[in-house]
Design a protein around this ligand. Structure first.
Ligand code: PGA
Length: 250
């Protein structure tokens, strides 16, 4: 089963609209004609509309880093699925480890957001991964299984096609410490097996599982060259157009 890779830039809380525009102007020529992989940018909410306009006419897509599960309401500071769609964005990250760590996002919240994203036709990139203490305690497999089970609760096989998973070991995010391709592949296999258990092997073998955590131009090809790794979610190395383009061209 061949899966089209997705190479995604998570800009976190970086870049004003002007900086985002500068990035896109420099980046698009570097990836013009690149059709092997999908490419998506996840800017901050204030730059989203700007990025959507800047990438229009190219194959590069844009999404939010976080989205609320409610349709609308008294949720100060939050962004709804319809707001995301109204500016022309197509994707959202869900359950990034920084959201889980600093904003108390639980598997239950992740699950509610996933249901909302699917209902609105938004491509959800569901992030999960173990922290260092869990890896060292030999709990990686059980943590990943629990996160997948929680995230996919109540999702049926017919709904699952748009879902993308991003395996991001928390100890590798922003630390310069990358999982080896073998470690990433092992984790992806655990995640895929759990998806198969819940939704069947057909859904599991079609679902893209990205790797994230200190992906750089220097390590992209060894990770992305693995059959089991269907793309990358890139933080730090996605902030510069040439470095992110080098990852796209791994
Ligand atoms: P990093 O971040 O590439 O800077 O490690 C990845 C992420 O948080 O998605």
């Amino acid at each position: 089963m061949s899966r089209k890779a997705l190479i995604a830039a998570n800009w976190k809380m970086y870049k004003t609209p002007a900086e985002a525009t500068q990035f896109v102007e420099a980046f698009l020529p570097l990836v013009a004609g690149h059709s092997r992989d999908e490419i998506a940018l996840f800017p901050s909410v204030t730059s989203l509309a700007t990025v959507v306009l800047a990438v229009a006419g190219s194959k590069v897509m844009a999404g939010l880093q976080n989205m609320h599960f409610a349709e609308e309401g008294a949720y100060t500071g939050e962004t709804s699925a319809s707001m995301l769609k109204a500016v022309g964005a197509t994707h959202t990250l869900i359950g990034h480890s920084e959201r889980r760590q600093y904003f108390n996002e639980t598997d239950e919240v992740v699950n509610r957001k996933l249901h909302t994203a699917l209902k609105h036709g938004i491509v959800p990139v569901v992030c999960l991964g173990e922290v260092l203490a869990e890896r060292e305690a030999g709990e990686t497999a059980s943590v990943l299984k629990a996160q997948i089970t929680g995230a996919l609760a109540g999702i049926s096989a017919d709904q699952a096609a748009p879902i993308v998973i991003a395996y991001e070991p928390v100890w590798a995010i922003g630390t310069g410490r990358t999982a080896t391709p073998e470690m990433a592949v092992e984790a992806h296999r655990i995640v895929r097996a759990e998806i198969a258990r819940m939704l069947g092997t057909e859904v599991a073998s079609a679902m893209r599982i990205l790797y994230g955590g200190s992906v750089k131009p220097e390590n992209a090809s060894s990770l992305l060259g693995e059959e089991e790794i269907d793309g990358a979610l890139v933080g730090g190395a996605s902030l510069k157009a040439d470095s992110f383009a080098a990852i796209v061209h791994y």
